[in-house]
Design a protein around this ligand. Sequence first.
Ligand code: 4AD
Length: 446
Amino acid sequence: MATTISIRDIAAHVGEVVTVRGWVYDRTDKGKLQFIQVRDGSGIVQCVAYGPGMDPAQFEAAGRLTQESSLIITGTVKENPKAKKSLPVGYEIDAQTVEVVQMAVDYPITPKEHGVEFLMDNRHLWLRSQRQWAIMRIRATITRALTDWLDDHGYLRVDTPIITPAAGEETTTLFEIDYHGDPAFLAQTGQLYNEANMMAFGKVYAFSPSFRAEKSKTRRHLQEFWHLEPEAAFLSLEGVMEVEEGMISYAVERLLDKHRQELEIIERDISKVENIKAPFARISYDDAIKRLGELREKTDDPEQKELLKIEWGEDFGSPHETALAESFDRPVFVYHYPTAVKAFYMQPVEGRPEVCRSVDLLAPEGYGEICGGSERIHDAALIEQRVSTIGIPREAYAWYLDLRKYGSVPHGGFGLGLERVVTWLCGLPHVRESVPYARMLSRNYP
Ligand code: 4AD
């Protein structure tokens, strides 16, 4: 009996008769020879079917195999440096038997170029392509590395609810649902619950989907994204930056260690990823405004001059974030934003309440904000006053206000948008390819 293997383990089976089970990725007909590229989800292997050496009916069926037909092939594993399409490269199988499980009919995604909307309509099938295979593997490794870093640094994963009675961020992006006759919302963040959990466990993180009814179509915004949110007691703004820097540089190391092949498949400029090393740059909002002014002065491009216009007190748009991060050539922390453009829970800077102890991490190459965090208000009276400005009845926040009554402590945390990080590290043109099924303003299918 031949052993059934995963293609990724093929190197350990040279000279053996093995069985692989999967789908036809591609096929080349050379008369008496059929070259069938078979993928099984773990890799791709070139299988060579030679007519005179095989059962005639099976060879005839092999010659009719269409893209994405499912099949089971048994044969001998050989090394062949010319098997460049195999993954891992350099192996092939001399087929003895080819059993067709199902012949696929008119698979819509052919090797020709397709438009993005067509591919997104067929996302359930597009995921089978090599490029998407590479991106999803990278996504899994980044997720694992980020959470490993937190686990290794004493953070406990404590899950937070998705259906909530209160808003965690701006009320303009809430998805409202009917909770048995009462209004409720899909969570925009796990933060408020993280703050309760932090008081119970010291250092915690939540990792779950967050929902934002974003009305704008951009290449960075999803309606549903995976949010990784650490929170810790006594964590200062500087501490928040250190955690972000530590986690992200560790994830980059793991990515480079494990996925050079995938980065090549997606044609990522690997040197850009290799450049991502701690320490990241740090600049205050005040200085960032000055720097933007200088960049505006320097440019001769009238359009860029217009785009970079900004007054103190305004939030950055993507041209500002892009220009700032480019001028550092690595991720940059911008801290102490104006209080008025940030969320209700952010601690004001002592003696300067018009700015707050907030920090955004901006990625280079135009990818913009990937993390947002802050020190939180821990004073009971101040948080009470801020909650009264949200526009949602106080009762929904009574439990949150309790946290400032029973042993309140300075604390801080942040949220990292997984898709933003994957999009950046993979160098993708749009966030839609960084998640298996993107939920966007005009897309909720498949
Ligand atoms: O800056 P945000 O809104 O911060 C919060 O939600 C905090 N409560 C997090 C915390 O401190 N625990 O979001 C954090 C990150 C952003 O930096 C971005 O990476 C991502 O979440 N994000 C989105 N990603 C994709 N699509 C969207 N619509 C996103 N909105 C935010």
